[in-house]
Design a protein. Structure first.
Lengths: 399, 399
């Protein structure tokens, strides 16, 4: 019988009604809130915290990643939260419902921080984001960063760049006070969202190979260095098709695909997970923010000589445009003209462009071809020359 | 000095202020409302209707296409319009402004017919579309056709399928009366939009090779069978990357790219126009309608053995969805698993999916890879498994 050992069952609509009992009826033994104490790969046994031994023929390690905490005092105070899984989300929601919160401080200006800034603003909280970096998406080029910052400010969220949190203490006016390198800030709620760290202790304990990134090394079938042990999700590496290196990219859609690949192989249907090109998106108030491939810094690190071109376009044809701005930054390799990455921000149409360019990266397309790509043109959805064409043609001139 | 002989200067915002005089200052002699009576390719001379002879070293034929008229009486009556160029549009607009119109009949349910149905409804006209085909986009599969028809009806436009217009006559209650195979319909305005016909008489008169489609044969540099004569736009063929055949696809964005390619080659910068994959879109009231590649009938005609999969998805993640429907039909070749085409209709997100799949077609991707493609996932813009993934994986199972 297959076992599932984990924290929660996914909250997706179609699954939420399925209890461990229902899974058991389909022949899957689901053990929630159970931890694994040890693995004996020679004997093929997993030992649970309950003392029970589970034999296995094939093992899948999907231990994920844990949120990183800054090394500062006060993390255990009431009102301080992480947002990592469904349980965290429910706790945070319940706290907001039970307490009259007016001020929120978010430590970390990444995707989680930005999405939660919007959620807090929707509840009329006063919101500050503290980040040690100079800006959100600091590697996307000046114009896009500025555009994102404007949107944040337009919604009365304060973004404090280059700010290091030093401690969280009980407050006087509010429940909490966050001491930082740029002063003290009152808060009724503090959210820590400075990233995640791969959870690899179990894998290390049985001597599985780790990759250069420090995450579990896998092959294209999601097999680890031990043949009957697979790893999937935020605990393992993934192949990056642009840099041609195994990298670490803890994202939900990637984890899904890795899980499916492992499952197919275990079930006797060989298949590979062909890797990623680094596509991501986030909605921030009225903006679509989407990126794919490498940014300039990553391109240099991967041995390319990047050239980039930035443009403001419109997501629809000029004749129909109400001057909605669409900012597109495109990066290519100077020696080959091959596209390396792109970032796009706009009221609409940004995810559309980035998904298209993700396919271009997937297929190693160069700027010449992208500049003549056959997109589904009509005035309501773009110009005869789309920002994708214009950026590719202009970038090609800089090679 | 380069000459431009044509009907109107493009109305695009940045160009509309440029008069023939201004073009002349930049060294281009623009002759509007001038026709060409003959070409002598041996001597390199174009003879104008004014009698003037223009010598040329290189000639570009961009004679486009003309609207097709049904062979019925009454086309010359007041209130009967084509919509082909800016002049037609201005005439139609002025007619609507000067006359109190209540009823419009559109003959032809293609893109122009649908866009004009929306425009007429915005002016509160009663609108009927007559089409000889059973439905708009009759080759897209039952579900999508039904979805489009529902949207048309929701906006009080009547779509009369399998209806042949027999004559247009002066009316009694309205200015006009359209007699059809399904009865008579009053109209204050009638729009003829049953398609276009390549304008190739000049090209034929000098013996240029025509392709199998009947349009001017060109190579990848847009050269015709005479080395110093190029052809671009709706008068010539274009290479279809999916069927691997030269085809006829009179679309504005394609014409733009062909023009640019010819211009580069004439200017001494060799370059090819790599062809199309058949991407198109149209906005119809609240719907995005987009297609790319071949439909099933075209796939069979091109020698493939098509299998298709249709699904209803949502354009955002299930957790954020308000049950906006996104219908996606995907077609692949049974023997190779190669994607052949797709059609998508939805309130939002349809063009996004089709642009992505256009890149997939451009690069000959198969369903295996498309099923694991790295899209810019976030809940606001799709699920971890996008309709693109789900359709590709399900279609792969049917191979």
């Amino acid at each position: 019988m297959p076992y599932y050992i984990g924290d929660v069952i996914k909250s997706r609509r179609r699954l939420i009604a399925r209890t461990p009992e229902e899974f058991r009826k389909s022949g899957i033994d689901v053990m929630l809130r159970t931890s694994v104490e040890g693995i004996d790969p020679a004997k093929g046994i997993v030992t649970l915290s309950t003392g029970r031994d589970l034999p296995y023929d094939v093992l899948v390690i999907a231990t994920g990643a844990d949120p990183v905490s800054p090394k500062i005092p006060g993390l255990d105070l009431e009102g301080v939260f992480h947002l990592h899984n469904l349980t965290d989300g429910l706790k945070l929601k319940s706290y907001l419902e039970k307490n009259k919160c007016r001020k929120a401080v978010i430590i970390g200006g990444g995707v989680i921080g930005m999405e939660m800034a919007e959620a807090f603003r929707n509840l009329q909280l006063d919101v500050k984001i503290l980040d040690i970096l100079p800006a959100p998406g600091a590697n996307w080029g000046r114009e896009l960063v500025q555009y994102v910052l404007e949107e944040i400010r337009k919604h009365q969220v304060e973004f404090l760049s280059g700010t290091v949190a030093l401690s969280i203490e009980p407050g006087s006016e509010c429940l909490l006070s966050v001491k930082t390198s740029r002063g003290e800030f009152d808060a009724d709620i503090v959210l820590i969202a400075i990233g995640v760290k791969r959870n690899i202790s179990l894998a290390e304990s049985i001597g599985l190979n780790m990759g250069e990134t420090g995450a579990i090394q896998v092959n294209f079938s999601q097999r680890t260095s031990l043949e009957n042990i697979y790893a999937v999700g935020d605990c393992c590496e993934v192949f990056h098709r642009v840099s041609r290196r195994w990298t670490y990219l803890p994202l939900g859609d990637v984890a899904n695909k890795q899980g499916r690949t492992a499952g197919k192989n275990i079930g006797g249907y060989p298949g590979i997970f062909p890797g990623v090109v680094g596509s991501r998106s986030v909605k921030l108030f009225g903006l679509e923010i989407a990126v794919t491939g490498l940014n300039e810094a990553e391109a240099v690190k991967s041995g390319f000589t990047p050239v980039s071109f930035f443009m403001w376009g419109v997501p629809v044809s000029h004749s129909l445009s109400k001057d909605e701005k669409l900012g597109l930054n495109m990066i290519a390799d100077k020696s080959t003209g091959r596209l390396l990455g792109a970032q796009c921000v706009g009221v609409e149409g940004a995810v559309n462009r980035i998904n298209s360019l993700a396919f271009a990266l997937w297929n190693d397309m160069d700027l010449e071809e992208i500049g003549y790509m056959d997109l589904a043109y009509s005035p309501a959805f773009g110009g005869g020359w789309d920002p994708i064409h214009i950026a590719a043609q202009n970038l090609a001139k800089k090679l």
